[in-house]
Design a protein around this ligand. Structure first.
Ligand SMILES: NC(=O)c1ccc[n+]([C@@H]2O[C@H](COP(=O)([O-])OP(=O)(O)OC[C@H]3O[C@@H](n4cnc5c(N)ncnc54)[C@H](O)[C@@H]3O)[C@@H](O)[C@H]2O)c1
Length: 370
């Protein structure tokens, strides 16, 4: 089968990360066009690719060169750029968050469905082998029911003039840390835990004064099955022990996906708590070890896994597991929790969950030309 011709729109920081993932699967696709409003960024990206792609500062001139596009633009441009490619029947892998408003998301989703093009939101975490393995372990039933799933992400980001934080500091971002970054993890919590029932979010700008909304965010949700979900995240971490860590308390023990060494551990040797005595038994068994994180190095985003899923969906007509509808559901949860935070109430999250569509359904569109 011929390679998918992929165009890159927005050659900033995230696209540089994507280029690493794309290069590792170059047998599956070819970057045939690159675009950035800043010509130097587009030219630098093209120079890193060996096949001399078409270079432009105007994505509207890319149509003849591409079957699909990967869009990594500032958030307020996702909608108009996505709509342009949808109307022109190009498949779309859109960086998160899908769009800045419910109306924009719905309009983009509907247009892609009408025009028979794949719309996938770039949530790479879902496709990490370690996260997929964690889900498989939880779904095996061997650990009983989930009591609580907690995810921590602790980073230090600042408003460097050349970086996207420049536009983060403006209204262009569409929300704070919870919207911009937490959307990855709300998506993960919904995937693991199912339909949310209620939740609360609190955010603060302390330590991250450069951002208009919160730079640090704490969210807690309850799900239909009784489980709790937690996401604690900061862009203001001057130090961190956990950095990026997933922990699931189950009826049989605690499962941890330690992103920093790409392993899944089971802690299940706690004895019953005796008042006045602090349990010190922290033995664990390693259930799985991946090889995508090199020892001592910070893990990168490893976006090749999500891009492979996108290509598979373009070729086969399968619905992406992080399609526009799934992406909108996680954003609705965030918007509902933002609104409740403002009104000092707990958010009612019923009706926003994963039950609104069947992710195994193949949509009646066939895209790929043999
Ligand atoms: N998946 C992840 O983990 C992750 C991490 C970081 C950022 N992102 C997402 O990636 C996207 C881009 O973020 P970034 O950090 O790369 O930002 P960035 O500011 O580094 O890059 C954006 C690029 O878009 C270009 N641009 C702006 N307007 C344009 C236009 N009209 N036409 C063409 N190019 C234009 C800019 O010149 C810049 O090079 C955002 O959606 C962000 O949320 C995702």
């Amino acid at each position: 089968m011929e390679k998918i011709r992929l165009g890159l729109v927005g050659c900033g920081k995230m696209m540089t990360t994507h280029a690493v993932g794309v290069n590792s699967i170059s047998d599956q696709l070819e970057i045939t066009a690159v675009c950035d409003i800043n010509l130097e960024n587009a030219e630098d990206m093209a120079a890193a690719l060996k096949n001399h792609p078409y270079v432009t500062t105007d994505y509207r001139t890319m149509l003849d060169y591409v079957d699909a596009v990967l869009i990594a633009l500032p958030h307020d441009l996702h909608y108009e750029c996505g709509m342009f490619f949808a109307w022109n029947k190009k498949h779309i892998l859109m960086e998160k968050p899908l769009c800045n408003t419910e109306e924009e998301c719905l309009s983009l989703i509907t247009t892609c469905e009408q025009e028979n093009v794949v719309l996938m939101c770039a949530y790479p975490v879902r496709f990490f082998p370690g996260v997929q393995k964690l889900k498989e372990l939880v779904d095996s039933g061997n650990f009983g029911r989930i009591i609580q799933m907690s995810i921590w992400t602790e980073q230090l980001t600042t408003a460097k003039p050349e970086h996207y934080m420049r536009w983060n500091a403006t209204a262009r971002l569409g929300g704070g840390q919870f919207f911009s970054h937490g959307c990855h993890y709300v998506d993960i919590l919904l995937w693991f835990l199912g339909n949310p029932v209620k939740g609360s979010h609190l955010g603060t700008r302390v330590g991250t004064p450069w951002i208009l909304k919160e730079g640090t965010s704490t969210a807690i949700m309850q799900f239909e099955n009784g489980a709790l979900g937690y996401h604690g995240a900061t862009w203001g971490a001057r130090g961190s022990k956990l950095r990026v860590d997933y922990q699931i308390q189950t009826e049989k023990g605690m499962l941890e996906y330690d992103r920093m060494d790409d392993s899944i551990k089971l802690y299940d040797s706690h004895t019953e708590h005796v008042p006045g005595v602090i349990e010190s038994n922290d033995e664990y068994k390693v259930l799985w070890r991946g090889d995508i994180v090199k020892k001592g190095e910070m893990p990168t985003k490893h976006t090749q896994y999500e891009i492979l899923h996108f290509i598979d969906c373009v070729k086969t007509g399968k619905r992406p597991i992080t399609d526009g509808r799934a992406a909108l559901q996680s954003l609705r949860v965030i918007w509902a929790m933002y609104a409740a935070e403002k009104n000092n109430v707990i958010a009612d999250l019923r009706g926003l969950g994963l039950d609104q569509y069947d992710p195994t359904e193949t949509l009646p569109y066939q895209f790929y030309k043999e």
